[in-house]
Design a protein around this ligand. Structure first.
Ligand SMILES: [Zn+2]
Length: 349
């Protein structure tokens, strides 16, 4: 990727209202059978078109073919009883009825590989595919088989690695693992979380990314954020471990968060996907606001390692606002690119 400050999004975009009920998570599909397959592909086409039209350089599928970033992957695995729901506390924050692990987990067939091939055929730009991370997966299940979070995470890491290798063969340039659980379970991140993540990414030629955030802009997350105080220092725990890890890119939340930017210094040397778009509000950022965040980040990230991005997925947002936010992101990146070009190339005399 030779573009300076290549823009990207964390993952999801709102789905069209003819495909799924808008502005909610786990929104049920409004189509069925072959029509649903075709509808998902049309939505993916539109997501690619909108990203390209709005200047996004590393293109994603907008997660148009999945209901949720974790559960859709889990639904395709064996060893999990989807009907047997038990209530667990997700990320120590809110209760949800989740499926139960009842036997050895495995991936009977590829989950997203056909979708990734479809995305590959839609664009010549580099493409990124998001998978859930092992720790976030176990946090979305009730385990009655392994009875060990670490063991189950390790099994999932092996499965994720199988999927990631096939996504790479399908032409995916960047494989991203979503680990919002990393901002919550600090001891486990240290003990086995980063090791499990590296296992998931093992042997890949594609670039690897980990997305660590404070969650979608939904009410339970917003309430939790209010309890975190004036400075959010959660990244201070995971960043030094990630700096030492084999993962290439760290995706983090920044704009309108209380994350002190100097924490980014802790991952110096890694590429940084920096959240310069707030996903918890439909107010669209101005290009200048985006540029201001990027400029501040450049104190801690080398310019050739900065990837302007969103704080998190945009699935629950209004579609119009989300698309305008894409335009604001690339316009903000344009401003800073021009400034960097001026610094790098002094005017000819
Ligand atoms: Zn996120």
């Amino acid at each position: 990727m030779s573009t300076l400050l290549p823009t990207s999004i964390v993952g999801s975009l709102p789905k069209p209202s003819w495909l799924a009920e808008p502005e909610r998570l786990w929104s049920p599909w409004l189509l069925e059978g072959d029509t649903l397959v075709e509808g998902k592909q049309d939505a993916l086409r539109a997501a690619v078109h909108e990203q390209e039209r709005n200047g996004i350089d590393i293109v994603s599928d907008g997660e148009q073919t999945r209901q949720h970033f974790v559960t859709t992957f889990i639904e395709h695995l064996d060893g999990i009883d989807q009907e047997r729901k038990e209530t667990v506390r997700i990320r120590d924050r809110y209760d949800a009825a989740v499926p139960t692990v009842v036997g050895a987990v495995s991936r009977p067939k590829p989950v997203f590989v056909e979708d990734a091939k479809f995305l590959r055929a839609q664009t010549d730009r580099p493409i990124k595919w998001a998978l859930p991370g092992p720790m976030t997966m176990i946090d979305t299940l009730s385990d009655q088989h392994y009875k060990s979070r670490e063991k189950l995470a390790w099994e999932f890491a092996t499965i994720l690695n199988q999927e990631a290798r096939e996504l790479q063969e399908a032409g995916v340039d960047v494989i991203q693992f979503d680990e919002p659980a990393f901002t919550v379970f600090h001891d486990e991140v240290q003990d086995w979380g980063v090791a499990a993540l590296e296992r998931a990414a093992e042997g890949l030629r594609a670039e690897t990314a980990v997305h660590i955030c404070y969650g979608y802009g939904i009410e339970a997350n917003n309430r939790w954020k209010e309890t975190l105080g004036a400075e959010w220092r959660q990244y201070e725990q995971s960043f030094p471990l990630l700096q030492q890890s084999s993962i290439d890119i760290v995706s983090l939340e920044c704009i309108h968060s209380h994350v002190p930017l100097e924490l980014v210094e802790l991952i110096r040397g890694k590429k940084v996907m920096l959240g310069a778009i707030d996903v918890a509000t439909e107010r669209v950022e101005t290009p200048d606001e985006v540029a201001a965040v990027l400029r501040r980040a450049l104190d801690h990230v080398d310019a050739d390692k900065l990837i302007p991005s969103t704080n998190c997925g945009m699935a629950p947002l209004a579609r119009g606002a989300a698309l305008q936010k894409l335009a604001a992101l690339s316009a903000g990146a344009d401003i800073v690119r021009a400034e960097l070009a001026n610094v790098a190339v002094p005017a000819a005399r």
